[in-house]
Design a protein around this ligand. Structure first.
Ligand SMILES: [Zn+2]
Length: 561
C-alpha cells in the first residue's frame, strides 16, 4: 500500500482528535468498579495455569500419521463467528454457568482455520455456491449447485457439460458408504450440493422446473437424489422436504390438508423404499424402530418442508428426531454398510440460517447448540485415528453481540453494565444481540422501550438497524473451520472455502489415491503413457472424470452468443 502523504495523516489525526465523543474514555467508558459476580473458582493463578496448559497441549499436538477412513462434514448454515460465540454463552447459561468460559463441542477440536466465503459473482454468498465450493472444490455463481461458473443462473442449456463431481459422488463411485442429514429440506441448497447439479437451487421438485429447464433436460433436485447414478446410491438421507418427493395427489401423512408437490405423478419416497434393504420413514417412532444392522438404505423425510427448529421440536405433530439422533443413526448405518471401505457423511444444522433470517436470535442459538450436540454424538461414535471431522459454516449473518454487558449477563437479555441497565442516547435500554438489518427494525417512530419487555422470550425479534422486513441478510465476513482427525492439520490460516473439499479429499485414503491416479502430482510412480494418457483401472464412470476435469479447469467455457 502506498503510504499516505504526511500532511494528510496529520490532517486525519487532527480531525479525529477534534471529533466529539472520540476521546478514549468516551469510546470505552470508565468502569466505576461495581463488583460483577464471576465463578468462585476463577483466580489469577487458575487463569495462568489454564493458559499454560492450553499452550503446552497445542505444542504437543502432532498430525495423525495415517489417511482417514471416514470423513464427516458438519455445516452450520449461516453459523458465523458471532453466532458461535453467542451460542457458547447461551449453552453455558442453560447449564447454570456465567457462559463466556463455555466451549461448544466443536470448539474443542484441535485445528481451526478461517474460510473466505465469497462466490464467483457475489461478495456475500448464498448457500448454493458456498456448499458447492466445500464439496466439489471450486467456487461458482450465486444460486447454482454442482456446476461450474460457466453455467448461468436459471439457464439449463448453459449448465450442460458443466457438472462437477462432489466428494460424496466420488466416495460412492469408489465403494464408500455415504449419507446426508439436514434439518432443512433434504433438497435445499446445502444438502443438494452433495448429490445434485442444477443452475437453479429452487428447482427442488418438477413443479418448480421452468419450461426451458424441462425442454433442455434438467432434472429436479429430489429426482436427482433418488436417481443418484454413482456406486449403489446414498445409504442415508434424513431431513425435511417430504412434499418434494410426493405427487400432488397424495395427502401428507402429518397434515391431511397438505399434499405433495410433484406433477409427474412419481412417488419418490416409495421408489426409494422399493429397493432391497431400503426403508422410508416420516416420523420419530418409525425412525426409532429402524435397526441399523438390517437397513441398508434409509430415507427419512420428517416434514413437508423444513424440519422444526430445535426449540419447537417437542410440539411437532408427528414428532421428529433431533439432529444428534439423526447423526447417531446415520453413523451406525454407515458403519454397518461401509464394509472394508469407510464412509462420507454430511450433517447440516440447516435452520440456524432460517432463524437469523427471521431476526430471531433465540432459535438460531438453540439450533447452533443442537449442531454442537450432533458433533459430540459423532465424536463419541468415531475415533480421531481414522475419522476426519470438519465443522464449518457456508456463510455468516449480520448478527452482532453489542454493548458492555457484565460477565454472565443473560445473552438474550438487555445490556446491563456494572449492575445498571445500560441506556442508549434515546434513554431506552437495548439488547446485547442485534442485527444490522432485518424484520426486527422497529422504526420509523423511534425505538421501542424494552424496559418491561422479556427479550429472552423465544419469539422475541432482536432490533435491526435497517428495515428489511422480508428477511435479515447474510454477511460477508469469514467463517470458522474446526477440524480433528487425519489430515485436519492441513487447515492452516485463512483459506478460500473450496480448500475444504481438497483437504477432505487428500485426507481420505481411497479418494486421495483416486485423485492421484486421475490427475497425478502425488509423488507416486508415473501412471501415464508417453502419450500422456492415464492407464488406470476404471475406478469411476467416465462422466465423473469429465466432471472432475471440468472442476479443475479442464472444461472449456461455453461459446457466448
Ligand atoms: Zn440464508
Amino acid at each position: 500500500m502506498r503510504p499516505l502523504p504526511t500532511f494528510l495523516c496529520t490532517a486525519i489525526a487532527v480531525a479525529l482528535l477534534s471529533l466529539p465523543g472520540l476521546a478514549a474514555d468516551e469510546m470505552h467508558p470508565a468502569r466505576k468498579g461495581a463488583k460483577v459476580a464471576t465463578p468462585d473458582n476463577e483466580t489469577p493463578q487458575r487463569w495462568y495455569e489454564q493458559g499454560a496448559q492450553a499452550a503446552r497441549a497445542g505444542a504437543a499436538q502432532s498430525p495423525k500419521p495415517n489417511k482417514a477412513r471416514n470423513v464427516i462434514l458438519f455445516v452450520g448454515d449461516g453459523m458465523g463467528i458471532s453466532t458461535v460465540a453467542a451460542a457458547r454463552i447461551f449453552e453455558g447459561q442453560l447449564n447454570g454457568a456465567s457462559g463466556e468460559e463455555n466451549r461448544l463441542s466443536f470448539e474443542r477440536l484441535p485445528y481451526v482455520s478461517l474460510s473466505k466465503t465469497y462466490s464467483v459473482d457475489g461478495q456475500t454468498p448464498d448457500s448454493a455456491p458456498t456448499m458447492t465450493a466445500m464439496v466439489s472444490g471450486i467456487k461458482t455463481n450465486q444460486g447454482v449447485i454442482g456446476v461450474t461458473q460457466y453455467a448461468r443462473y436459471n439457464d439449463c442449456a448453459s449448465a450442460n457439460g458443466q457438472s462437477v463431481a462432489s466428494i460424496l459422488e466420488i466416495a460412492e463411485a469408489l465403494g464408500l458408504a455415504t449419507g446426508i442429514v439436514s434439518t432443512a429440506r433434504i433438497t435445499h441448497a446445502t444438502p443438494a450440493a452433495t448429490y445434485a447439479h442444477t443452475p437453479n437451487r429452487d428447482w427442488e421438485s418438477d413443479a418448480e422446473l421452468s419450461a426451458e429447464a424441462k425442454a433442455n433436460g434438467c432434472k429436479d433436485i429430489a429426482r436427482q437424489l433418488v436417481e443418484f447414478p454413482y456406486g449403489d446410491g446414498l445409504e442415508v438421507a434424513l431431513g425435511g422436504g417430504r412434499s418434494y418427493f410426493l405427487p400432488n395427489t397424495v395427502a401428507d401423512p402429518e397434515d391431511a390438508s397438505a399434499f405433495g408437490r410433484r406433477r409427474d405423478g412419481r412417488n419418490l419416497a416409495q421408489e426409494w423404499a422399493s429397493r432391497p434393504g431400503a426403508a422410508y420413514v416420516w416420523n420419530q417412532a418409525q425412525f426409532d424402530a429402524i435397526d441399523p444392522r438390517s437397513t441398508h438404505k434409509l430415507l427419512g423425510l420428517f416434514e413437508g418442508s423444513h424440519m422444526e427448529y430445535e426449540y419447537d421440536r417437542p410440539t411437532d405433530a408427528g414428532k421428529e428426531p433431533s439432529l444428534a439422533a439423526m447423526t447417531r443413526k446415520s453413523i451406525e448405518i454407515l458403519q454397518a454398510n461401509a464394509g472394508d471401505k469407510g464412509y462420507f457423511l454430511m450433517v447440516e444444522g440447516g435452520r440456524v440460517d432460517h432463524a437469523h433470517h427471521a431476526g430471531n436470535a433465540s432459535r438460531a442459538l438453540s439450533d447452533t447448540v443442537a449442531l454442537s450436540d450432533a458433533v459430540r454424538a459423532a465424536r463419541s461414535l468415531t475415533s480421531e485415528d481414522d475419522t476426519l471431522i470438519v465443522v464449518t459454516a457456508d456463510h455468516s449473518h449480520v448478527f452482532t453481540i453489542a454493548g458492555y454487558p457484565d460477565r454472565g449477563n443473560d445473552i438474550l437479555g438487555k445490556v446491563v453494565t456494572e449492575g445498571q441497565l445500560a441506556l442508549a442516547d434515546d434513554g431506552k435500554p437495548y439488547t446485547t444481540l442485534g442485527y444490522a438489518n432485518g424484520p426486527g427494525y422497529r422504526g420509523p417512530g423511534g425505538r421501542p422501550d424494552l424496559t418491561l419487555v422479556d427479550t429472552a422470550h423465544p419469539d422475541f425479534l432482536q432490533e435491526a438497524a435497517i428495515p428489511i422486513a422480508a428477511s435479515e441478510t447474510h454477511a460477508a465476513e469469514d467463517v470458522g473451520i474446526y477440524a480433528s482427525g487425519p489430515g485436519a492439520h492441513a487447515f492452516q490460516g485463512v483459506v478460500e472455502q473450496n480448500v475444504i473439499f481438497h483437504v477432505m479429499s487428500q485426507s481420505q485414503k481411497d479418494i486421495n489415491a483416486f485423485l492421484c491416479l486421475l490427475f497425478g502430482g502425488c509423488g507416486t510412480p508415473t501412471n501415464t503413457t508417453p502419450a500422456g494418457k492415464l492407464t488406470r483401472p476404471p475406478l469411476a464412470p467416465p462422466l465423473m472424470e469429465a466432471d472432475l476435469r471440468a472442476g479443475l479447469g479442464g472444461g472449456k467455457p461455453p461459446v457466448r452468443k
